[in-house]
Write a protein that binds this ligand. Structure first.
Ligand code: F0G
Length: 454
């Protein structure tokens, strides 16, 4: 059969409360046009993030009942450890309450003024944690990544020539190299194994550790299996193991490709760095065998890691984003191509070309998609990246809106509804003006900024 169906059936439901457009106009005003300010009960389809929003399986829920809540050396920790090591064979695996806690610990050790940390593209919390130590976060994307219409299958790749140039000129200021798979901020695009191997070779030449920001490692591995020469016969698990055999460490948010609602870890091989990380962990997260998590959360992650590499699941997952992406395109909505793993990115800057970048076309699109359909999404553009450390504001390269798909949550008729609502926004685009910011915090402003329509 050609139809790719959801490889699960629904056992428990969460009712959705429907709202009217009039209600949503008032709710938007009350939230100061920042969708993070909405109550989830006022949202019909929530595509704000794929993080922590997965539906857990019956196996995960049953494992949670077994959670061992001992302070030290719980059996849940050892099950977590075995599940991580099965895919990512690092010497030290340090649980944290989520991905950014792993980042904060890592950069508290290697960051600091004068340091430069390159990545294909840093996610906002990674950048925030680096900059909070006084270090510089540098993005080294390949040129193809800035062209939303370019169909290159590995648009998440790092520009290795730029990496080598950086290390040749200022090796002393670079404590480590990061690579984000898939490249979330760059459109959810995968990184090829050839690129990871290339980054590894450069890191070895300059004696720098390579760390992988691994949130969506299984989706990335599936793209490699599908699109990189020589991998079609390998299992996703084998590809995952190959990826991590090339790295010296990883940060992970278990809220993505581990099907957990909370959790993360920092893993690495270097004993000295691991000891420093554990000392920091005890101060900020907890004892090294639970690291800010309950034993039951460690259990959910351990089972989630087995389920996430199932290929029927990944086939359905990638088919869903492709389905929505092509549905939007058929409505004349420009999207970043090819479709990403966890999300579809609408090119709102191109769609609303009459809205200038500093009037935030991405935010305007997101606000209208909520107004017309009750769908909550997230701007990834000038609101998120425009404010510079020196206080100036520069338009982002692209003004995108991310439709992030929670894992195993929405059905195909809900996908059809998303496509229909976005089509309505496109039909009424001439009515859409931009917004201006009336208040913003010093960092990560997209979460709490307040807006006013122009
Ligand atoms: N790195 C990447 C690539 C991410 O996408 C995220 C989170 C993190 C690190 C931090 O992990 O949330 O567990 O602290 N991304 C979420 C998102 C929030 O919506 O894309 P965390």
């Amino acid at each position: 059969m050609k139809t790719i169906i959801e490889p699960f059936r629904v056992k428990m439901i969460e009712p959705i409360r429907f709202t009217t457009e009039d209600e949503r106009v008032a709710l938007l005003r009350a939230a100061h046009y920042n969708l993070f300010g909405l109550a989830s009960s006022d949202v019909i389809i929530d595509l704000l993030t794929d993080s922590g929003t997965s539906a857990m399986s019956a196996e995960q829920w049953s494992a949670m009942m077994r959670g061992d809540e001992s302070y030290a050396g719980s059996s849940s920790y050892f099950r977590f450890l075995a599940a991580v090591r099965n895919l990512m064979p690092f010497r030290h695996i340090i649980p944290t309450h989520q991905g950014r806690a792993a980042e904060a610990i890592l950069f508290s050790i290697v960051g600091g003024p004068g340091k430069v940390i390159p990545n294909n593209t840093h996610f906002d919390t990674t950048r925030g944690n680096i900059e909070a130590t006084g270090a510089t976060a540098l993005d080294l994307m390949i040129p193809e990544a800035s062209d939303p219409q370019n169909e290159y299958p590995f648009k998440g790749n790092m520009d290795l020539a730029k990496l080598e140039e950086l290390l040749r000129q200022s090796s002393g200021s670079v404590p480590l190299v990061m690579l984000t798979i898939t490249n979330n901020a760059g459109g959810g695009q995968p990184v090829s194994l050839a690129n990871i191997k290339g980054a590894r070779a450069i890191c070895q030449k300059y004696k720098k550790p390579l760390f992988i920001d691994s949130c969506r490692f299984a989706e990335n591995a599936y793209f490699i299996k599908e699109g990189e020469a020589g991998y079609s016969d390998k299992s996703v698990s084998a590809i995952v193991r190959e990826i991590f055999s090339l790295a010296d460490g990883m940060t992970m948010s278990a809220k993505k490709d581990a099907f957990a609602n909370i959790g993360g870890w920092l893993a690495l091989n270097d004993d000295g760095m691991a000891a420093a990380a554990r000392n920091r962990l005890i101060l900020t997260e907890g004892f090294p065998t639970y690291g800010g998590l309950a034993g039951r959360d460690l259990e959910a992650i351990a089972v989630g890691l087995k389920e996430i590499v199932e290929e029927d699941y990944l086939a359905y997952r990638i088919a869903t984003t492709r389905y929505i992406s092509s549905g939007l395109e058929a409505k004349g909505i420009p999207v970043v191509k090819p479709a990403g793993g966890h999300a579809v990115f609408v090119d709102a800057g191109a769609m609303l070309s009459h809205v200038p970048p500093l009037a935030y076309p991405g935010q305007a699109f997101a606000v209208w998609l909520y107004r017309l359909g009750g769908i909550r999404t997230c701007e990834i553009g000038t609101v998120m990246f425009g404010r510079q450390p020196d206080g100036t504001e520069i338009p982002a390269t692209l003004d995108l809106v991310r439709l992030a798909m929670p894992r195993r949550v929405y059905t195909q008729s809900q996908a059809d509804y998303i496509i229909e609502c976005a089509g309505e926004v496109a039909r009424r685009k001439r009515e859409i003006r931009g917004l201006r910011i009336i208040s913003e915090p010093p960092q990560l402003r997209h979460f709490t900024s307040q807006f006013e329509p122009l």
